[in-house]
Design a protein around this ligand. Sequence first.
Ligand code: ADP
Ligand code: X2W
Length: 292
Amino acid sequence: MTSQDTLRVSVLSEALPYIQRFAGRRVVVKYGGAAMVQAELRDAVYRDVVLLASVGVQPVVVHGGGPEINDWLNRLQIEPEFRDGLRVTTPETMDVVEMVLVGRVNKNIVNGLNQVGGRAVGLCGSDGSLVRARTYADGVNGLVGEVAAVDPAVLFPLLDAGYIPVISSVAADAEGQAHNINADTVAGELAAALQAEKLILLTDTAGILKDRHDPDSLIRQLTLADARQLIHDGVVAGGMTPKTECCIRALAQGVAAAHIVDGRVPHALLLEVFTDSGIGTMVVGSQRGGHG
Ligand SMILES: Nc1ncnc2c1ncn2[C@@H]1O[C@H](COP(=O)(O)OP(=O)(O)O)[C@@H](O)[C@H]1O
Ligand SMILES: CC(=O)N[C@@H](CCC(=O)OP(=O)(O)O)C(=O)O
């Protein structure tokens, strides 16, 4: 036996309390944006998700893919346009969003997870009527949707059989029209419908920063009231706003804890689930001790 073997076994043994605590519990992971762009990090994220599934945690992956949609729109000479952090989605743009998210990005993630030993199944909001969309704000952004309803029934047999659902944020409205929904929003509503133990949003900052230009100003823990105040005061802005709002909505609907963590840190997911201190910003219903 080598010292490497001893180290590996003792590290595994240290993880036992966390494995026992989270086995059989659902953890919704939002994967997207900048955290998805770096190839070498992608593999580490896939390995972490598969490791969680292997020890009996039930991860559910919701993915975005904004940069990849932009890339394809540019190739088609369509200028990407955003209003209030949400893509202006014409019928033509919607076709591209659907092809990129439901097709290419979803399957890349499914293949990546399967490649490291997972059993992943790709779905979008329309599959099994998992998510019902409603047009956002009377159509100011075109075919942008918000979540009207979630029916997680399609996920239970998959989770019970050990599959990892990988879900893209495209869903139909009551008339069957596909809508483009912000992936953070879908992750938050899904976490609520599944009564998940944790909602973990992977992004490209350390978490919520007091000063968004100062990476050392990380806020480690926030209550719902603090989070609302930070949005009101403009400390949280841009792409961090839908993230913080979806944490607030998930917690208000019974999710135990929501975390905004740095997807650029290797094994950010395991650091969040398998340590007491965790990483990033944790939003909780009311103030409490530890980070878990
Ligand atoms: N208080 C804040 N703390 C951290 N980031 C913030 C804050 N306010 C605004 N931001 C911005 O939000 C961005 C994260 O949102 P976004 O780019 O939409 O992430 P993703 O692409 O991972 O979904 C950060 O890169 C940062 O520019
Ligand atoms: C309405 C809206 O803006 N939808 C997003 C959906 C993808 C997404 O949320 O991707 P990220 O998480 O990578 O940003 C979009 O079209 O870009």
